[in-house]
Every structure is written in structure tokens, then in C-alpha cells.
Design a protein around this ligand. Structure first.
Ligand SMILES: [Zn+2]
Ligand SMILES: [Zn+2]
Length: 142
């Protein structure tokens, strides 16, 4: 909690109980939870927290660069600790498992888009789709 408060202050965010609780929930998860799952965890500390309040907190944390929000078509927004590593995601088409994929070429943005030089590209988001090992095994079973 003390660490979460320090991180909020460093990011110039006012320290509030919901912000601390949601930030800790994101940090303690293995990553890629949606707002509802984070709300459930944060509520163990703060007491009742509405989904809208949770989204507001997540927006503030994301804008401040503490949390990374990933939008994957067909899924609710997922949140994880922002590590500024520009990693990508693999999504299993069958079970929806999301796992991190290390940025292939190192420096962000890791793609060189074909755009006029007036465009300032700051980020590249790549989503790989396929089957996770468990679902592959299931798919091959008779
Ligand atoms: Zn799967
Ligand atoms: Zn990730």
C-alpha cells in the first residue's frame, strides 16, 4: 500500500483509497484482468466500489502511465502494470487466454509503418491469434 501511494504521488495523482486499491489489484494480478475482476479485488480493501468508479480510476492510472490498457476485439478492456516494454499479446481463439509476447525488435515502436513523415508514430500494438497449448491438445483429441 505504501508503495502504491508513492507511485501515485510520483505520477502526480492525488492519493485516494480506490486508486490505491485498484493499483495494488493490478500489480498483484498476473496481468490482463478486466475492470470487473479488478473491482472485485479492490473492493476487499475499499468496500463497495461501483464499476463506473473503477473505470474512472483505471482511466486516471492509465493516463498517468502506471497501468497499461489493452483493447482486444471481442474482449473487455484488459489492464496490467505498465512496464514500458512495448510487449504484444497472444490471444487464444478458443478459451480467450491472453499471454504476453516480447517485442520482437527491441525498440518501441517495433514496427516501421508506411506513413508520411508528418506522422509521429508512438506505439505499435500487435495481437497474435491462435490456440494455446491446452486448446491445441483438446482440438487434436478424437
Ligand atoms: Zn486456449
Ligand atoms: Zn500484457
Amino acid at each position: 500500500m505504501a508503495l502504491a501511494a508513492a507511485r501515485l504521488r510520483t505520477a502526480d495523482l492525488r492519493v485516494t483509497a480506490p486508486r490505491m486499491a485498484v493499483l495494488v489489484a493490478v500489480q498483484e494480478s498476473a496481468g490482463h484482468l478486466d475492470a470487473d475482476a479488478l473491482r472485485e479485488r479492490a473492493q476487499r480493501v475499499t468496500g463497495r466500489l461501483s464499476l463506473q468508479a473503477t473505470y474512472n480510476v483505471l482511466r486516471a492510472l492509465t493516463d498517468a502511465g502506471l497501468v497499461r490498457c489493452t483493447l482486444i476485439p471481442g474482449h473487455p478492456a484488459r489492464y496490467e502494470t505498465e512496464r514500458h516494454d512495448n510487449h504484444h499479446h497472444f490471444v487464444c481463439r478458443r478459451c480467450g487466454t491472453i499471454r504476453d509476447v516480447v517485442c520482437a525488435l527491441g525498440t518501441a515502436p517495433c514496427m516501421d509503418p508506411q506513413l508520411p513523415e508528418e506522422y509521429d508514430t508512438q506505439e505499435a500494438a500487435v495481437t497474435f491469434w491462435g490456440l494455446c497449448p491446452d486448446c491445441r491438445t483438446d482440438a487434436q483429441a478424437p
